[in-house]
Design a protein around this ligand. Structure first.
Ligand code: CA
Length: 229
């Protein structure tokens, strides 16, 4: 859930903004004092700031400037005078948007949504994509260590996940139980190759429609296992 901080000294306005944003599914915190608001803006994780211009202590200009020194989080400036907008622009504070009082709550909500969506796209485009293996109905997210079978997420233990992933990223390759045991259990090995059999059985119970006729992990009799492509 996106978290918004409102810094606004007029309590009634702050509460109104909060109510409307909460109705739209945002988590909202309010601060009525500029200095306290600035400290929270810098030290806590918010996804957006709504900043009144005229505040006791530190004003909105200064708060915006200080936020921009450290964060790219969207800032929506709220002012009582249209003239202030030119001033905000002129100062080049890096605010993302401006709105003048009185404004309709629905306009505020629409603007907050638009800025959050844009900011999330921006952050998303900078994140490296997860390393995912997809073979027929199975989807293995190696980065998040999560597995879905036909869209339904299944829970795997660490070793089950490692074994499934190893087989899936080497499809059509037959591995002996000894090879799999060495690969997955390595030197920490307590147990033996029977461990591999037990883990294959548990994995099949989660991924196969019919464990007697496996579609993914095939048994190659007398040799080992193979992930079917
Ligand atoms: Ca004010």
């Amino acid at each position: 859930m996106s978290k918004v901080l409102i810094i606004e000294d007029e309590v009634a306005i702050a509460e109104l903004e909060k109510d409307y944003l909460e109705l739209s599914g945002f988590e909202v915190e309010t601060e009525n004092d500029g200095m306290v608001g600035l400290k929270r803006a810098l030290s806590e994780d918010f996804d957006m700031f709504i900043l009144d211009l005229m505040l006791p202590g530190v004003d909105g200009f200064e708060i915006c400037r200080r936020i921009r020194e450290e964060k790219n989080t969207p800032v929506l400036m709220v002012s009582a005078k249209k003239d202030d907008i030119d001033k905000i622009r002129g100062l080049g504070l890096g605010a993302d948007d401006y709105i003048t009082k009185p404004f309709s709550p629905s306009e505020l909500v629409a603007r907050v949504k638009a800025h959050l969506a844009r900011y999330e796209r921006l952050i998303g485009s900078n994140m490296p994509e997860n390393d995912v293996i997809e073979i027929r109905g199975i989807r293995i997210d190696k980065t998040a260590r999560r597995v879905w079978i036909n869209g339904e997420e299944k829970q795997f233990t660490t070793k089950e996940f490692d074994l499934l992933t190893f087989l899936a990223q080497n499809p059509n390759h037959v591995f002996t139980k000894e090879e799999l045991f060495r690969e997955i259990w390595d030197m920490e090995s307590i147990g033996d190759i029977a461990t591999v059999t037990v883990h294959i059985k548990k994995i099949r119970e989660k991924v196969e429609m019919n464990t007697n006729k496996p579609q993914y992990i095939e048994t190659i009799w007398g040799v080992g296992y193979r992930f079917r492509l």
